[in-house]
Design a protein around this ligand. Structure first.
Ligand code: ZN
Length: 266
C-alpha cells in the first residue's frame, strides 16, 4: 500500500485530487529550492528578502512568483527589464513537484512519503549546488546525517544498517580521498563528498550507500569518458562527485530494495 492509498482512505478524497495537492506542494518546495540553491552557497538568508531579478534588481511580483506558471506566463523573461530567466527555475520547481508525486505513489505511509520527499529535496539541492559551485555544504549534509539516523526506519532502513552505512560511507570515501591525495599529490575528492556519503548511508543503510557508490561511479565514469572523448575534460578535470551521487541516491530511494535483491542474485 502506498501513502496515497492511506490518504484516500483517511480523507475520503479521490486519488487524483490528492496527487494534484501533492504536486502543488512539491512545486512550492521546488520554488523554495531555487532560493536555497542560489543563496546558501553565497551565505545569504533563505528567508529574507523576497526574490529579485538578478539583472535589474526589481522585486518579483507575487503573481509572477507562482511556480511553473509564473515563468510560463512571463515566457521566460523579466517583466521589468525583459532579461531572460533561465528555464532551470521552472525545471527545478517541476522536479520538486514530481518528487512529491513519486514519494506519495511509492511510500507505504504519509510519514514515509514526507521523509522520502525531504531526502529527495536535499539531494536536488546537493546536486545543483555541486554543479554550480563544486561545493557540498555542511549545512545540508550534517543535519542530513542526524535526520537520516532518526528517520531511516520510515524508508525501510534498519537503524543498525543506517549506523553502519553512515560510518562505512564516511570511512570508504575518506579512505579514497586520502589515498588519492597521497598517490597524485592533490585532492580528487572533497571533504563535502565524504560527508555526503555519511548522509546517504544514514538514510539508505550500508546496502543503499554501496549501491549508490556503484551507480554514481558508473554514471560518473561514463560521463567522464564522454567528456574526454569530446575533448572537454583534461586529465586534471575533477568531476564533482556529488553531481553523480545525488541522482544515484534518488534512484536507490525508489529501486534500492529491488536492486539489492538483484545484486545478491548475481
Ligand atoms: Zn529584470
Amino acid at each position: 500500500m502506498s501513502a496515497l492509498t492511506h490518504l484516500t482512505a483517511a480523507t475520503e478524497l479521490p486519488a487524483g485530487l490528492l496527487l494534484a495537492g501533492g504536486l502543488l506542494l512539491g512545486l512550492l518546495f521546488g520554488s523554495f529550492l531555487n532560493v536555497v540553491v542560489w543563496r546558501l552557497p553565497r551565505g545569504e538568508s533563505v528567508a529574507w528578502p523576497g526574490s529579485r531579478c538578478p539583472a535589474c534588481g526589481h522585486a518579483v511580483r507575487p503573481r509572477d512568483n507562482l511556480p511553473l506558471l509564473g515563468w510560463l506566463l512571463l515566457r521566460g523573461r523579466c517583466r521589468d527589464c525583459a532579461a531572460p530567466i533561465s528555464p532551470r527555475y521552472p525545471l527545478v520547481e517541476l522536479a520538486g513537484g514530481l518528487a512529491a508525486v513519486a514519494a506519495l505513489l511509492a511510500a507505504p505511509s504519509p510519514a514515509a512519503a514526507a521523509a522520502a520527499l525531504l531526502l529527495l529535496l536535499a539531494l536536488i539541492a546537493v546536486f545543483l549546488i555541486d554543479l554550480d559551485h563544486r561545493l557540498i555544504l555542511d549545512v545540508i549534509t550534517l543535519p542530513g546525517v542526524a535526520l537520516g539516523l532518526l528517520l531511516c526506519p520510515l524508508l525501510g532502513t534498519a537503524r543498525l544498517d543506517a549506523l553502519l552505512g553512515a560510518a562505512g560511507g564516511w570511512l570508504v570515501l575518506e579512505g579514497v580521498r586520502l589515498g588519492y591525495r597521497r598517490w597524485r599529490g592533490f585532492d580528487g575528492l572533497g571533504g563535502g563528498d565524504v560527508k555526503l556519503a555519511a548522509m546517504l548511508g544514514a538514510w539508505l543503510g550500508w546496502q543503499g550507500v554501496l549501491l549508490t557508490f556503484l551507480l554514481g561511479s558508473l554514471v560518473g565514469a561514463l560521463v567522464g569518458l564522454a567528456l574526454t572523448a569530446r575533448g572537454r575534460a583534461g586529465r586534471l578535470t575533477a568531476l564533482p562527485y556529488g553531481v553523480f551521487l545525488a541522482p544515484a541516491a534518488a534512484a536507490i530511494v525508489f529501486w534500492g530494495r529491488a536492486a539489492w535483491s538483484w545484486y545478491l542474485g548475481l
